[in-house]
Design a protein. Structure first.
Length: 307
């Protein structure tokens, strides 16, 4: 009897030890690469999180290299959706399309509506890339009377507007908010003339407002590892940030504006709604994705998406 009690006690200890070894469990380390700007802001709740490393980069070269690399060290990469989708179509990546995180941040800025119908310069950026594609698929180009001149960056467009060398120009947030603020300091009254996300939806009759801009691509095999991070992103972008603007400032300060590639936390807060940061599973917005990718002659199948 005493032996039986000893066996039962030992079994109980082993059972409790087994249970305690499962609680608490640490999440698997996660490494994500994201471009600075609006896409980096979509990942705000992940910066500084234990077991999550978020690297930010300027430009798309590093994103393309990470997506193309065999055995890439990144579990997920945020990139322009057309960039990742092209690699998927050509079977040159080990990543699949998981979600859309930004829905466009392009706006036409000028002094007033008449600026579009006046002769002179219309300053733009992103020639042969997404900005030009969106501009041409959103606007009746005949309504822009000025000569369209493309610059190398949105910053150059901003400088051209501030120097009064252009009547109107194409800008992306947060450069829109920053440029309007700088203009006011110089006694120049600039404002948003056209929201290209609304114009795009109306002209293309898409289900969602805006266009699928930046997407989260996950490496095959890392889908489960990404699950918790995705939930955090979705909660912050689709709920927390809309209910508590101070949460945006606090999160930006924690991540640091330098890492995010933005002027400061206040600009992020003021421009947040026009950044159109919404985290949505890609499989739920296939119509929007297909409409946008058609402009690049890209076709992807159901195998391109996370299940």
């Amino acid at each position: 009897m005493r032996f039986l009690k000893g066996v039962l006690a030992a079994a109980l200890v082993l059972t409790m030890t087994a249970c305690s070894s499962k609680e608490p469990t640490k999440e698997d380390p996660l490494k994500i690469l994201v471009p600075q700007g609006a896409p980096a802001l979509a990942l705000l709740p992940l910066y500084g999180q234990e077991n999550i490393t978020v690297e930010t980069v300027a430009g798309s070269d590093a994103l393309l290299a990470a997506l193309s690399k065999k055995d890439s060290e990144y579990d997920a990469v945020v990139a322009p959706i057309n960039v990742g989708a092209t690699l998927i179509e050509k079977e040159k990546t080990d990543y699949v399309l998981d979600s859309v995180v930004t829905w466009g941040n392009l706006y036409i800025v000028g002094t007033d509506e008449s600026a579009l119908s006046e002769e002179g310069m219309f300053a733009a950026f992103g020639e042969a890339a997404v900005p030009q594609k969106v501009l041409m698929s959103s606007m009746d180009m005949d309504t822009i009377k000025g000569e369209i001149k493309y610059f190398g960056s949105a910053n150059e467009v901003s400088g051209t507007l501030l120097a009064k060398k252009a009547n109107a120009g194409l800008l992306a947030e947060p450069a829109v908010t920053a440029t309007i603020a700088k203009a006011k300091q110089q006694g120049i009254e600039l404002k948003v003339l056209k929201d290209l996300q609304k114009e795009y939806q109306q002209k293309n009759n898409t289900p969602s407002n805006g266009y699928p801009q930046a997407a989260l691509f996950v490496k095959k095999g890392s889908e489960e590892k990404l699950s918790s991070a995705y939930d955090k992103m979705e909660e912050f972008a689709n709920k927390t940030s809309l209910e508590d603007e101070n949460a945006i400032v606090e999160a930006v300060q924690k991540a640091t504006p330098e890492k995010l590639g933005i002027p400061n936390a206040e600009i992020a807060q003021k421009s947040w709604k026009r950044q159109n940061i919404r985290v949505v599973k890609a499989v739920d917005v296939k119509d929007d994705i297909n409409t946008f990718l058609k402009q690049f002659n890209i076709n992807i199948t159901d195998d391109a998406y996370t299940k």
